[in-house]
Design a protein around this ligand. Structure first.
Ligand SMILES: NC(=O)c1ccc[n+]([C@@H]2O[C@H](COP(=O)([O-])OP(=O)(O)OC[C@H]3O[C@@H](n4cnc5c(N)ncnc54)[C@H](OP(=O)(O)O)[C@@H]3O)[C@@H](O)[C@H]2O)c1
Length: 272
């Protein structure tokens, strides 16, 4: 029997933000499909918990503590990876997220925007995507083989009210995804691909207060999101499994520079 094009058996995968809610779920999916996964983030305890969950299910996972905004730390992380698992073939760039200070509260105006907070959210999402790619992709380029997956958001293509910095940053992540896709394929061959997953609304720590009340019912904003989501629910982390396995594996070998929404139809619906 032929190997499935979705197989990841033995491939080395790095997941930044691997201790986070969506990053750890994607790392789990990759590991259960046979990849040897390195979880990268700043907080050892979060990485450890996520890696332990993967190992408990029979997957292979290691932890690498590093800040995605430090090139030095990323180069050390790369050395650690090469020693422990070997060169990466899959890179999922899930470190990122919104910052409350870079949003405009209902009683604020955009003129009140905190410039430092704006910079911080752009840095985390944009440079926090670029710098790990610069650290890990040279090993992919050297072997002419690798799949890089960035994480965008519904905020990228149609800005969401209030989240000004994050929307701008994720729009830049999508542009960077396409730019890198073109650059890496043209200079390093068709085995190098770069795509993005744009999750819809998943209830996680960073957006929980915006979307759900303590009793579990949706806030006004959460209800608006659900009313614009044809599949009529928030996402669950495992909803990303199919997209990440497809993009990481040879099943998507002719796909590069694409942004794949996993959003219950939110981005397709005009609201009418
Ligand atoms: N939740 C949603 O609905 C949603 C929707 C669309 C897109 N997304 C995107 O999906 C990605 C994952 O989000 P999530 O919801 O899973 O959030 P999360 O649980 O907060 O995970 C984010 C992870 O990034 C890590 N991180 C943050 N800053 C870092 C840094 N400087 N260096 C290294 N790691 C860093 C955090 O760990 P440490 O703090 O320990 O470093 C954390 O584990 C983000 O890019 C987010 O923007 C989320």
């Amino acid at each position: 029997m032929q190997d499935s094009p979705f197989s990841l058996g033995g491939r080395v995968a790095v997941v930044t933000g691997g201790g986070g809610i969506l990053g750890s779920a994607m790392a789990r999916a990759l590991a259960l499909a046979g990849a040897r996964v390195a979880l990268l983030g700043r907080t050892a305890a979060k990485l450890h918990a996520a890696a332990a969950r993967i190992r408990a299910e029979g997957g292979e996972a290691m932890e690498i503590a590093a800040d995605v905004l430090s090139r030095e730390a990323l180069l050390r992380a790369r050395d650690e990876l090469l020693t422990a698992l070997g060169p990466p073939e899959v890179l999922v760039l899930a470190a990122g997220g919104n910052r409350l200070g870079a949003t405009i509260a209902p009683d604020q105006r955009v003129f009140d925007l905190d410039e430092q907070e704006f910079d911080a959210v752009v840095d985390l999402n944009l440079k926090g995507t670029l710098l790990p790619a610069l650290a890990f992709a040279p090993d992919m380029a050297a072997r002419g083989r690798g799949s890089i997956i960035t994480i965008s958001s519904m905020a990228a293509s149609r800005p969401l009210t209030r989240v000004v910095g994050y929307s701008a940053a994720k729009a830049a992540v999508e542009n960077l995804t396409r730019w890198l896709a073109v650059e890496l394929a043209r200079k390093h061959g068709p085995g190098l691909r770069v795509n993005s997953i744009a999750p819809g609304f998943f209830v996680t720590e960073q957006n929980k207060a915006l979307l759900v009340r303590d009793d579990g019912s949706p806030t006004e904003r959460g209800a608006t999101v659900l009313a614009h989501t044809p599949l009529a629910r928030f996402g669950a982390p495992s909803d990303l499994d199919g997209a990440v396995l497809w993009l990481a594996s040879d099943a998507s070998r002719f796909v590069t520079g694409a942004v794949i929404p996993v959003d219950g139809g939110f981005s397709a619906f005009a609201g009418v």
